[in-house]
Design a protein. Structure first.
Length: 372
């Protein structure tokens, strides 16, 4: 039993980029333990108001900080937009955040323990998904159906072009189902089908979210449809993602990584390093097995030198229960590549990757710096 002591903790809020401090004694830490991690929810802060769900291990180390929006009333909505913008929920935009930005967010279904299902993000949040995974509950993410795309296309049609950005077609069937819905519409409403423009982001999470947000920004600047689509196409081909996974068993059983189980081998303590979009066409593949996160960070640096030779880049560092390593990765990028730390955000790993890879993820999504 731990001697009851009080400690002051601090963490960087991924949403407002501010250091948040709080005190917690060991009795409270023990009381909030779920498995090997304590789960705490802090008081709302910032503008718009949001809360943080914090995960702390028994050694009093913060392993993750996950923001959740409380004040949902702010935003400019569709004002200034000439086009309809849609993104799927693997972007980890909530319905309210999307509405505030003028973006329609299409939810996907999460299957729990093979029987019950919940609508993400309406009925289940990223912290709740993480809690279930920590408790070893089986979680599966389903692709968005053709029927759901048909319903959405018809509902938001106001004789304007529709711009849809989706999760990589290499990760699930969402993109293919969206294309199928467009083909179905072409038979019953050709004019509507011709207004639909679908981009396979070759990604999920932060890249997909960046694509959707910047598409609305370009739209609000008065650019024509070709300029918006030129940007989404550019980002889909020129971003790169590298991530290290701690749980081999989880990815062997996952939907889009399980086919590489032979590569991972059976060695204990192995951490696969996986790349996404290495060919600019969405390819997802393991490239090396490493023993430690430090080795993985060094290998990521080698690949960045190869992929971004003499080019400035920016992006997102993401993690699941590996916040300390996320800051080490940022320091590494600052030292090795002289990056401006303000060009990077550190945030919780996207829901889709957590479902397929489990906790203990550390990764980086980057793309060349350009002016929007």
């Amino acid at each position: 039993m731990l001697e009851n002591q009080s400690f002051e903790y601090e963490t960087l809020c991924p949403l407002c980029n501010k250091i948040i401090k709080f005190k917690l004694d060991d009795n409270e830490l023990e009381k909030n333990m779920k498995g090997d991690l304590a789960v705490l929810t802090l008081e709302p802060h910032g503008s718009p108001k949001h809360i943080l769900t914090i995960y702390i291990n028994k050694e009093r180390i913060i392993k993750g900080s996950y923001p959740f929006l409380v004040d949902k009333s702010l935003g400019i909505g569709k004002r200034g937009l000439k086009y309809n913008h849609i993104v799927d929920a693997t972007s980890d935009l909530t319905i309210e955040e999307g509405r505030n930005l003028g973006i329609e967010v299409i939810p996907y279904e999460v299957i729990i323990n093979g029987d019950s299902s919940k609508n993400y993000p309406n009925e289940i949040t990223p912290p709740e998904i993480m809690n279930m995974i920590v408790q070893n509950r089986k979680i599966e993410a389903k692709a968005i159906s053709t029927e759901k795309f048909l319903e959405t296309f018809k509902r938001i049609d106001y004789d304007r072009p529709i711009i849809l950005n989706t999760i990589s077609s290499q990760m699930n069937k969402t993109y293919k189902n969206a294309v199928k819905a467009k083909k179905v519409l072409a038979k019953e409403n050709k004019a509507l089908a011709e207004r639909i423009h679908i981009t396979d982001s070759n990604a999920s999470g932060s890249i997909l979210r960046t694509m959707a947000k910047n598409a609305t920004e370009i739209d609000r600047k008065g650019k024509d449809l070709k300029e918006v689509l030129k940007y989404t196409d550019w980002l889909s081909h020129y971003h790169r993602t590298y991530f290290i996974v701690d749980d081999i068993e989880k990815i062997i059983g996952s939907n889009f990584l399980g086919r590489y189980s032979g590569f991972f081998g059976g060695g204990r303590g192995i951490k696969p390093l996986i790349t996404c979009n290495s060919d600019g066409m969405g390819k997802v593949e393991p490239c090396k097995n490493v023993r430690t996160f430090k080795d993985g960070i060094t290998e990521i640096g080698r690949m960045i030198k190869q992929d971004f030779l003499k080019r400035d880049f920016e992006g997102t560092i993401f993690h699941a229960m590996s916040e300390d390593n996320a800051y080490k990765l940022l320091e590494y990028l600052n030292i090795m590549f002289k990056v401006d730390k303000n060009d990077f955000t550190i945030e919780a790993c996207c829901s889709t990757l957590i479902v397929n890879s489990g906790p203990g993820i550390l990764g980086l999504s980057i793309y060349p710096k350009i002016k929007i």
